[in-house]
Design a protein around this ligand. Structure first.
Ligand code: PXG
Length: 287
């Protein structure tokens, strides 16, 4: 079954949703994106995702040609055209069509693409068993090179990390920053519990400021837990009581092994599962 795709103000069958080979999004990875979820017909944390993609665009001097309200409307129209209530929405804004050469001024208009698809979830078994992750040799981009806060179409840093973890037979790739501090995973943020305190790397460690990360920190604070953004080394992960990853698609996924070492009891942690339950309640029932 073909999807209906939003492309530059029109909703068309996926076969007709095409972009030029001269789009700088393709030629140079020049563009930005978002991954958003909708539950029961309601788009979760839409404003936060819109703020992030407009900020990402601003950071690369790309002016998105429609307003946030128009973008929100376009997303809703795309979901409706596909009859979706539970969906993974991929928003892409490319620099647009231009002559060869890096200069973004060669491109007249940014292209806006919205894909609303069904979501492919990690298996239930994985949530029950927990993930096995490994530290990879690919370090997270330094903010002076390409700030990880920008969710750009340049995802090779993360893909190279992902390839390493796949080759190691692990479920995710743990990335350190250039100073050796824990940054994040290839496509998820990382958290640990130690002595009932929830710890996660600060944004200054060089990470994508995950929207799920922010929601989880808020939920934990509401549960009366102490939450700290702190620089961590692998040591802090190895001695943790519990560990989990967060992301729009994965939500909250327990981690039970890091670099072959068992974390905590080797089973998904109690507090992690409690947080997951609350997160699912919030996303599906509004809390
Ligand atoms: N870190 C990185 C590097 C990410 O790309 C997250 C953390 C989690 O952020 P959110 O805001 O989702 O809590 C991400 C998430 C996709 C896709 O295909 C998107 C991500 C990762 C992998 C694939 O849309 N972004």
């Amino acid at each position: 079954m073909g999807l209906k795709i939003y492309i530059n103000g029109q909703i068309v069958p996926q076969e007709e949703a095409k972009i030029s080979v001269f789009d700088h999004g393709l030629l140079y990875g020049d563009g930005v994106f978002e991954g958003i979820r909708a539950y029961n017909g309601k788009i979760f944390t839409l404003d936060e995702h819109l703020d992030r993609i407009y900020d990402s665009a601003t950071a690369i001097s790309l002016k998105i040609p429609i307003t946030k309200a128009e973008m929100a409307d376009a997303i809703k129209q795309t979901m409706k055209a596909n009859n979706l209530t539970d969906s993974y929405i991929r928003l892409v804004v490319t620099r647009g069509v231009g002559k060869l050469g890096l200069d973004p001024n060669k491109c007249a208009t940014p292209q806006i693409i919205i894909i609303a698809d069904t979501i492919e979830l990690y298996s239930k078994a994985l949530y029950e068993r927990g993930l096995d992750i490994v530290t990879v040799t690919t370090i997270r981009n330094h903010f002076s090179a390409l700030d990880p806060k920008i969710k750009s179409l340049n995802y090779l840093n993360n893909i190279l990390a992902k390839i390493e973890s796949i080759q190691a037979g692990a479920g995710e790739a743990l990335m350190l920053n250039k100073d050796g501090y824990v940054a994040e995973c290839a496509g998820d943020n990382i958290f640990v519990f130690k002595n009932n305190v929830l710890l996660t790397p600060p944004t200054s460690a060089g990470i994508l400021v995950g929207i799920t990360r922010n929601v989880v920190m808020k939920l934990a604070a509401e549960m009366g837990l102490q939450v700290k953004e702190e620089l961590m080394t692998r040591y802090d992960l190895y001695i943790a009581d519990e560990c989990f990853l967060t992301g729009t698609a994965a939500e909250i996924i327990p981690v039970v092994k890091i670099d072959g070492r068992t974390i905590g009891t080797g089973k998904p942690g109690k507090m992690t599962l409690d947080l997951l339950k609350r997160y699912r309640d919030l996303t599906r029932n509004g809390g």
